[in-house]
Design a protein around this ligand. Sequence first.
Ligand code: UDX
Length: 438
Amino acid sequence: MRISVIGCGYLGAVHAAAMAELGHDVIGVDVDPEKLAALTRGEAPFFEPGLPELLVSAGSTGRLRFTDDISEVRGAQVHFIAVGTPQVKGSNAADLRFVDAAVGQLLPHLSPGDVVVGKSTVPVGTAGAIAARLAESGTGAVLAWNPEFLREGFAVKDSLTPDRIVFGLPSEPEGAVVAGDALREVYARALADDTPLVVTDYATAELVKVSANAFLATKISFINAMAEIAEVTGADVTQLADAIGFDARIGRRFLGAGVGFGGGCLPKDIRGFMARADELGRGESVAFLKEVDAINLRRRQRVVDHVLELLDHAPFGKTVAVLGLAFKPHSDDVRDSPALDVAVRLKGLGADVRATDPQAIGNARRLHPQLDYRESFEGTVSGADVVVLVTEWDEYRYLDPDAVGTLVASRNVVDGRNSYDPARWRAAGWSYRGLGKP
Ligand code: UDX
């Protein structure tokens, strides 16, 4: 199939490459010349395991091209909209300006029978408005909504072999057949492998995405709330998570207590959901998400407080080694990163913060040039008064407390991801602080 992908950021670049890998003829469109040049060279503009290989292998077939000329989408039958929907500054709402612009640019190039497919995460009701715009334009194109569930760090796998596919189709039967048939062809391989398919209306498809992220955020904040209770009762939140996680109805995944969630999706999506629910007069239905957000943000301060306690509340001039800057391992993304936030807060309190990360230093430096970034682990921890783990990269998870102990000035560690065995670190002479741990 001939496919266009409008927006070659995180979502679009991976989607375009995956579609080409699946045998489709793909044109990716973006406005950023540097990004386009990198993608054309087979280089990923951001760190994503497996993406460079995918770009090279798909590019070598001649089926994957990138351009800044929107008119090159002509001839494609399916047009994916994969632009960003960031949080509006000073508000919880999602900013739809890039989605609106993409639709506007696409309109003059659409032909009857074309299918425009929304992938961006949008407030419920957006698809209906775009469908009305398409209908008014008289192009004869139809709209489908096909949310994306890819996780950073696993985006290639999630795109090639998704765990479910959702088609939000038009209510009008003829349009539903055109859009449904086109999407079945797009996803033929995954569907042949029995990937579950849920066919819905627009509103449900839009809500599936935000409610999935709201549920995941709630699950993490639930266990972090239990960590807060554990902290005042002497209980151990990791054992608690193990024990409740054995209940198949609950499940152990996403019960990792620690410094909390960040990234380009979970925080902004729960806030956007609250803003939209308010507009719909149903703010109370998702009012709990305000608590989910608040619990999450409190955990960052808890990590900072542990550091302060270990420094006898005199952080000025003390060296704090921060391990990790990305919002999670296998990513260079520092958007709403708890790790970077902790580093910045400690610096603001007068500590001499040194921060490191295997991938995210460049992005972190652009946002916060005031921090002292160190490429090497040794250069980060040597002479430190406290070591703080905030992104659980393997290179930081499996440290030998005896060996690290020979580098630091004082054996103080704050385990912001509950990744270490407290007994082992204490046996090596460390003052250990976890989150929700005795
Ligand atoms: C998320 C959704 O998982 C994905 O389906 C959606 O398409 C986009 O948003 P992503 O942002 O890549 O994906 O990250 P995810 O792996 O979900 O982790 C989100 C955050 O939660 C990270 O900061 C992670 O460190 C944190 N987390 C995760 C925890 O604090 N505890 C856990 O147990 C799991």
